[in-house]
Design a protein around this ligand. Structure first.
Ligand code: TYD
Ligand code: MG
Length: 453
């Protein structure tokens, strides 16, 4: 009989290795390898070409049921989902601890229940009394939700199998679940994968919408194997800075809709409030222009959101290595932009500490933010404020050119609506009907001239 080989799977990247090591050879994370349940060994001689059940093929244009979605009762949640919950689908909801995942799902569960759908909420992390306390705080304690505190997938599926399936099943969280048919402690890769598989199968068979809460590791990926992301239909991430009020719900993968729409919420004393018009949220709203501050019109799906980019430059006297710290933007991109400013514009950042912050706990991913960051940096270095009521956008190339970006017209229109008067960006932009005074810049040195002049 063939000897079963031990396999170790990395909890961070899902990489497989055949001996245990302290560091994953694929993603270089430490202490993430855990032993996988032994794969069942079957003979290679086994013939798979007979003995199965033959099925009929169907034409691509065969008539099918139209997709009926169920509203979560929260318009921002529905928007991020691409229109609501799809029956029989599985959603993975990731986010940092304490960001508000349980709060969001309890609110959604309450609305679905109040609208007449059957809802089961299983918490593996908190006792039923704790969930009830939260519901009390949210003012939804009267909602007809079936609540349970359990970590056994077998118990959960046995209980659910007794009567009609729910419209919505929430499992908070998948890392706390365990199945007695799989080896390993809860939270290990094989357990998380096996439990998710059973729950997803139940969802597909019964037609209930399943939401799995997933913890997130410090680098932002959903803990547990990457395979979980392949197993579900929708991967969502609930983001924000815990110290700030605003939360963004983003879908990273969606088999039933686009992934560029976001939902915006504010965490308040009575739970998450929807923010229907987020374009002004991340602006500080000060009247005096300040050196080192630039406004960038970001685009989230189809909605413009204006955000403030703040830079601080501190000259060092000694020869110590200067720090570069970034909150809300990409570190590597800042290094690149500083290098371009140094080599193409002759500015000197090498003896200065550089701090960059995106206001309001917002995380910028739009490449069009380059020019706004450059403007904030140059303005901080020169210690001169940028022109009053101005916005900045454009991608910066390594050669220092300012490249065109998507949806410039939409960004300008929204900025004009919010009282901005001047726009700076790539040179070939159709300003459309916006009332903004627009100046096209070809090269980064043009920006430096504007600020230093
Ligand atoms: P929670 O939903 O438990 O986060 P997660 O499930 O993602 O770990 O939310 C935790 C935080 O939200 C907690 O620190 C308190 C805060 N909060 C409010 O500010 N207002 C509220 O009404 C509720 C229920 C929570
Ligand atoms: Mg929670």
């Amino acid at each position: 009989m063939a000897k079963t080989k031990r396999r170790y799977i990395c909890a961070a990247c899902g990489g497989v290795s055949h001996r245990w090591q302290g560091q994953c050879p694929d993603c270089a994370e430490w202490n993430t390898l855990t032993e996988d349940a032994p794969a069942s060994v079957f003979s290679m001689k086994h013939d798979l070409s007979s003995g199965g059940r033959a099925f009929e093929f169907v034409p691509l244009d065969a008539p099918s049921e139209p997709l009926v979605r169920r509203s979560t009762g929260l318009a921002e949640f529905d928007r991020a989902l691409g229109g609501g919950l799809v029956p029989g689908s599985a959603i993975l909801m990731g986010g940092d601890p304490g960001i508000g995942k349980s709060t969001l799902l309890l609110q959604a569960a309450a609305s679905v229940a109040q609208a007449g759908g059957k809802v089961v909420y299983v918490s593996g992390e908190e006792a039923a009394a704790q969930v009830r306390m939260r519901a009390d705080r949210l003012g939804v304690v009267k909602a007809p939700i079936s609540l349970a505190s359990s970590t056994s997938v077998r118990d959960i599926l046995t209980t659910l199998g007794r009567d009609e399936p729910p419209a919505l099943l929430v499992i908070d969280s998948i890392q706390t679940m365990h199945s007695d048919t799989i080896e390993g402690a809860p939270g290990t890769v094989s357990q998380v994968r096996g439990c998710a598989f059973e729950l997803i199968r139940y969802a597909k068979e019964s037609g209930c919408a399943l939401v799995l809460v997933g913890h997130v590791t410090k680098d932002g990926s959903i803990a547990g194997p990457r395979v979980l992301e392949h197993m579900v239909d929708v991967v969502m991430s609930f983001e924000g800075e815990r110290s700030h009020q605003y939360r963004i719900l983003r879908s990273l993968k969606n088999r039933f809709g686009a992934v560029d729409e976001i939902g915006v919420f504010a965490m308040e004393g009575k739970g998450l409030q929807e923010v229907a018009n987020p374009s002004m949220l991340f602006l500080t709203g000060r009247d005096e222009p300040l050196a080192g501050s630039a406004v960038f019109p970001a685009l989230e799906g189809t909605r413009p959101v204006l955000v403030e980019v703040q830079a601080l430059i501190v000259r060092l006297q000694s020869g110590a290595t200067p720090r570069r710290a970034v909150v809300g933007w990409d570190n590597g991109r800042l290094a690149m932009l500083l290098a371009v400013l140094e080599s193409r514009c002759g500015l000197n950042f090498s003896t200065a500490e550089v701090y960059l912050n995106i206001a309001g706990g917002y995380r910028l991913t739009d490449p069009a933010a380059d020019l706004a960051v450059a403007a904030a940096l140059v303005s901080a270095l020169a210690d001169r404020p940028l022109p009053d009521r101005s916005i900045w956008f454009g991608e910066v190339s390594l050669a220092g050119e300012i490249r065109p970006i998507a949806h410039a017209g939409l960004r300008l229109k929204e900025a004009a609506k919010l009282g901005f008067e001047r726009g700076f960006g790539p040179s070939d932009v159709k300003t459309g009907s916006s009332r903004l005074d627009y100046a096209g810049l070809r090269q980064l040195p043009n920006l430096v001239d504007r600020v230093m002049r």
